[in-house]
Ligand binder design. Sequence first.
Ligand code: GAF
Length: 390
Amino acid sequence: MTGADSMASPELLSSAFRELTAGAPEGIWAAPGRVNLIGEHTDYNDGLVLPFALPHHTAVAAGRRDDSVLRVRSLNSAETLTIALEDLVPGAVSGWGSYVAAMVWSLRESGRSVSGVDIVLGTSVPQGAGLSSSAALECAVGIATAELYGHQMPPLEMAKLAQRAENDFVGMPCGLMDQMISMLGQPGHAVLFDTRTLTPSPVPLALAGAQILVVDTRAPHRLVDGEYAARRAQCATAAQLLGLTSLRELNDDDAASLDQVLTALEDDVLVRRVRHVVTENRRVLQTVDALGRGDLATAGELLNASHQSLRDDYEVTVPEVDLAQEVLSSSGAYGARITGGGFGGCVIALVPEDAVQPLITDITAAYAGAGFSTPTAFTAEPAAGARRVS
Ligand code: GAF
């Protein structure tokens, strides 16, 4: 068990809860981070995504209070947030506490009655690495608080409330992918999610002789700083100029007619953003098909193509990420791509089992040569979504 894993252990959380409140928690709940296999920056364009939940998770020990105060302690930051529920308004809380406050706010905004709560949280999801630590925190707090106050909610409804928390309270205009997979992850499966119909379809991830390697480039990953919002706005503008409800209405079945449609945009940046989204939706379906046939070579090529599109057309990569992808894809992986929102974060690769260690060595050497911070890496298996632990 790593130090981070122990931060989310039920024993540690229970004992910290007793220290904070002098009583036992009413329960412990957990929700995972994720990697996205493919389907990037498509979820706010009514498109397709293919993430899976990680074993890394955020856990909360929680109990009701007999007043209207939210009190939260984080084992990862050793800070305590105390705020009256009537003071919960967007902008009132910043830092990690804003995700907790946002979720309680969102539950109350949905009309559900929620009063005071004590929460102690810990996480094993790497922070700021693009592995969806925010959604893990929102969903863990959401299922804990809802259950404490007797609200039964379908997982997708909870995911939508978590997305609203992040959009309207934290100020990050994310799509629904991260919250969806944190709620609906399944061991052994990725989830193909159609964000237009809100339909999740589990996809078995049996990679005979291969692994998903996750490389944390440790390049700082920041999505609240405007670049993500700018991409989202560019897609909305392009859809509007093309007279579409969303970019999902476009496909590249006929590349020549897509090019013809895109000439109407008269703006190279918008053309490239749209081209990424349209081609990425197709790659998601092709990846599901290739994985279903056990064709890892084709799945790897699709990961590489996704990365190139995110680098050249969507412009969300950074040099650390491109270097990791280049080393992985040219030294033994079937394919590799940036995962998550971008501007730093992690690269995932589909890797033959016996190539995992040599590739980690190669990347570490390449990073040292380039003067980058030493990356970290782990192999990941799909894990379960949000749940009560005890
Ligand atoms: C971030 C967002 F939170 C997701 O909604 C998604 O848009 C992703 O970036 C890019 O695919 O993780």
